[in-house]
Design a protein around this ligand. Structure first.
Ligand SMILES: [Fe+2]
Length: 233
């Protein structure tokens, strides 16, 4: 049985953060950590005796600020981010098809999944996929800002994510409905935005959402492109 990640939640922004632990080892990776949870996340790492190898971002977020820079300073981890997200200080700039290694032979496969933002990526590890805001449980991320594209999101989900085995567990970047994990098979059959929907219908649906601008976008995106650290730091 493949391991689950440790799933942590940020109530303010409804963001999930994940800690992946190499089975039988001490090495870990954290995905999409949030700035004001840094002490909580460090306590988890400390309590479990984990060494943080990488802080990994799915994209440059618009609704919260990452703690990647702080975690890097405090743990010695390296930062890894999608190349197309403009997160220049990350040591590892990831491209589609890359493999991120940690621990004794643990591998995270990198999938470029544009749509929510042009640079967004999903990460596959041991039967789990971390989908950021590309695919949510029974939903998907918005595509109306930050170089988003409903057409591209449709291709990313139906062409790349739905091509994963049905049993792959889906761990989203957010949840607003109290759900925490799903599977590719379930989303393929039941996702109310994407299951059995034509591209044209999907693009029309996304074009009619009329969502308010995220409150933090003007602050969060530039901050996240600097790993959450003040510019000049
Ligand atoms: Fe996002």
């Amino acid at each position: 049985m493949n391991p689950n990640p440790i799933q942590l939640f940020d109530v303010e922004s409804s963001t999930f953060t994940y800690i992946l632990v190499a089975p039988g080892g001490q090495d870990a990776v954290i995905i999409d950590p949030v700035d004001h949870n840094v002490e909580r996340d460090l306590r988890h790492l400390e309590r479990l005796g984990l060494r943080l190898a990488y802080v990994l971002e799915t994209h440059a977020h618009a609704d919260h600020v990452t703690s990647a820079g702080m975690l890097r300073e405090r743990t010695g981890a390296r930062a890894a981010a999608p190349r197309g997200c403009g997160i220049a200080p990350a040591e590892r700039q990831l491209d589609d098809g890359d493999v991120l290694e940690f621990g004794a032979g643990e591998t995270i496969a990198v999938l470029h999944t544009p749509g929510h933002t042009a640079g967004s990526m999903c990460y596959v590890w041991r039967g789990n996929v971390f989908t950021g805001d590309t695919l949510l449980i029974d939903g998907c991320g918005r595509t109306d800002f930050q170089s988003g594209s409903a057409d591209a999101l449709y291709d990313s989900v139906t062409g790349k994510l739905f091509a994963l085995p049905d049993a792959t567990r889906v761990w989203p970047g957010h949840d607003y409905k109290g759900q925490s994990v799903s599977t590719i098979g379930w989303e393929k059959r039941h996702n109310s935005r994407l299951a059995n929907r034509s591209r044209d219908d999907f693009v029309k649906l996304m074009g009619e959402l009329n969502l308010p601008k995220p409150k933090l976008i003007d602050v969060a995106v530039p901050a996240n492109q600097n790993l959450g650290l003040p510019h000049g730091a």
